[in-house]
Design a protein around this ligand. Structure first.
Ligand code: ADP
Length: 601
């Protein structure tokens, strides 16, 4: 038991370790998740800001071009030249205006368009005219009779914000003026303002492949390849060429970021293991057509590295804390365990000492009992010798001629000495029984004769009380049996003697029968029935215990030691039988017992 110390420690410490590990894991994963979410959130915010900023830039530029267009339409010299249809004069007067607008506001396109939508004059380069302008912004201006504005994609991949106005002079429609601005700057503006990387991709089917490739070659922009993707071509990028990253972004766009999912942000890893949060801004032209998209990258690598080092530090700190807690707990439990073990040891010692004392006391009691029983047995034996002498002499005296009075006294003395002799016999048997020294013998004898003689021996006593004593033996009861005849006679004497003692009138019937219990086993069954005072049911068990009498007050009236039934029970059980009583107070008694026999033929 004392060796279980390690077990106690293990039982407490194992759950403690598990709890520490679980708590640490939860703490680390919660921290990691919340930090990852924070990084994601900041990327999402930046990308949303980019979307908003682009919208704002376009809106602001539309407003600017709109007011510039208003200004241009009001210039009298231009109105005169226009009404006269003097192209040279118009170019002469419009060129300084265009240069000024180009320099100050980045205006790159300036058209004078006739009512039939033919281009009358391009102030910007190339200076062409006579072609029909059928762009969406133009259509809008005609249809609305007011401003037509929006972004339009050129065959070379230029995105131009165009603002077209009908030109009314003195209330009459004379034609149209268009101002435009290439919006490539938007990409670099977003890059500078938000610190994001951007890539502009346009749909190939809206471009003129040959012209585009030639132009790019002329411009020396070999890093833009027509073949790179199936449906789109990269027009501009704010960072160096990164084929792996661009392929990922293209896959990501075609897989997950179709028109319905524009708002989503995802994380992709680039060529140099850098991580980017990516979002997409769709590009919609003046007619509401999808012409391409801008991919936005937010480099979250530094954040992620910081998160990783933070997590590592956190895990290491938790391990150190766990080791400290564990060590402290280990020592604490060790102390508790030591004091527990000491207490248990003391308890065991105390209980062992108590056990020893008890054992000693028990031994002493058993020894004392043994001595007492032996003394009783010796005493009873010693008492019997003079008692036999007294009884013998009284018997002799009874044979001599005596007066009637003397004879009366002598009878009383004889009865008393017989009672005393019976009492001494019972005491002797009981003492021997207690010492385990009750002697049993086994003889073959005539059961019928023994039964008859025993009943007859008590017939005189019964007759004197005016009681009828009858006997009966079933015919199938064997004559010769092998048992202890002396002890059987003793039991019968005791039961019949009690029946006579506790019956004032009526009869006593003694019966001997036989019962087949099992194939092999036969039982003799003895019944002693009387019409006496009976025994109350609650006393049925107790009267078989030594010194117990059914009614304490009856002692004086009936006499007796309370040992007869206890001795009878012991003898019967020793022989393998059982004794029972069937009785009720005032209704007579029936004592019956069984005895297994091996009968001799
Ligand atoms: P005792 O010496 O008192 O007769 P026993 O052990 O023989 O001792 O009987 C115990 C008690 O059982 C008796 O005192 C008596 O109260 C009750 N008893 C025994 N036999 C009978 C009987 N036949 N009728 C009524 N009571 C009986």
């Amino acid at each position: 038991m004392l060796d279980k110390g390690e077990n106690i420690k293990r039982r407490i410490l194992v759950p403690v370790i598990i709890a520490l590990v679980v708590i640490s894991t939860i703490a680390v994963s919660i921290t990691y998740r919340s930090q990852t979410q924070r990084i994601q959130l900041s990327a999402t915010t930046k990308i949303s800001q980019a979307r908003l900023l682009l919208q704002m830039l376009l809106k602001k530029d539309t407003e600017l071009l709109s007011s510039l267009n208003n200004y241009v339409r009001q210039i009298p010299a231009l109105q005169n030249d226009w009404l006269k249809g003097d192209k040279q004069a118009l170019l002469h007067n419009a060129l300084p205006v265009y240069n000024e607008l180009n320099k100050r506001y980045g205006v790159t396109h300036f058209y004078f368009i006739a009512k039939d939508t033919r281009c009358f004059l391009r102030v910007h380069q190339p200076n062409r005219s006579g072609d029909v302008i059928n762009r969406l912004t133009m259509q809008k201006a005609i249809n609305n009779k007011a401003m037509g504005a929006g972004v339009e994609l050129g065959p070379l991949g230029t995105l131009t914000l165009r603002v077209v106005y009908p030109w009314y002079i003195k209330g009459e429609l004379t034609g149209y003026i268009e101002l435009g601005q290439e919006i490539d700057y938007a990409i670099s503006s977003l890059h500078k303002m938000l610190g994001l990387e951007l890539v502009l991709l346009l749909k190939k089917n809206l471009l003129d492949q040959q012209r585009w490739v030639d132009t790019m070659q002329k411009l020396g922009r070999e890093n833009l390849a027509w073949q790179q993707f199936n449906t789109h071509v990269i027009i501009d990028r704010t960072m160096g060429k990164s084929p792996k990253l661009e392929t990922r972004l293209y896959d990501e766009y075609t897989l997950n970021h179709q028109a319905s999912k524009q708002g989503q942000i995802s994380t992709i890893t680039g060529d140099d293991h850098r991580h980017f949060s990516t979002g997409f801004i769709p590009l919609i032209d003046a007619g509401g057509n999808d012409v391409g998209f801008i991919a936005i990258f937010d480099d979250i690598t530094p954040d992620q590295l910081a998160l990783q080092s933070f997590s590592t530090t956190l895990i290491l700190s938790l391990i150190v804390i766990a080791i400290i807690i564990f060590g402290g707990f280990y020592r604490y439990i060790d102390k508790i365990e030591q004091s527990l073990l000491t207490s248990v040891r003391k308890l065991i010692e105390a209980s062992l000492a108590r056990e020893a004392v008890l054992k000693q006391a028990n031994n002493a009691t058993a020894e004392a009992n043994q001595l007492k029983n032996r003394f009783l047995a010796n005493m009873s034996h010693e008492l019997r010798t003079p008692m036999n002498g007294v009884m013998g002499m009284l018997q002799v005296l009874h044979e001599t001629p005596l007066t009637e009075q003397q004879s009366g006294y002598l009878n009383v003395a004889l009865d008393s000495s017989r009672d005393l002799s019976k009492l001494i016999s019972d005491l002797l048997d009981f003492s021997r029984m207690e010492c385990g020294e009750l002697i049993f013998e086994k003889h073959t004898f005539d059961l019928h004769t023994l039964f008859h003689d025993t009943v007859t021996g008590l017939a005189e006593t019964a007759r004197k009380k005016g009681l009828q004593l009858t006997e009966q033996i079933s015919p199938d009861v064997p004559v010769k049996i092998s048992a202890d005849p002396h002890r059987l006679k003793q039991v019968l004497n005791s039961l019949i003697g009690n029946a006579i003692k506790f019956t004032q009138q009526g009869s006593i019937a003694v019966h001997l029968g036989i019962r087949q219990v099992e194939q092999e086993e036969t039982m003799l069954v003895f019944h002693v029935l009387d019409t006496g005072i009976g025994v109350a049911e609650q006393m049925h068990e107790q009267i078989f215990s030594p010194f117990i009498q059914a009614d304490g007050s009856s002692t004086r009236h009936y006499g007796g030691s309370g040992l007869g039934l206890a001795i009878a029970k012991k003898i019967i059980e020793q022989a393998g039988g059982k004794i029972h009583i069937d009785s009720a107070a005032g209704e007579g008694s029936c004592f019956y017992f069984t005895l297994p026999i091996t009968h001799e033929n």
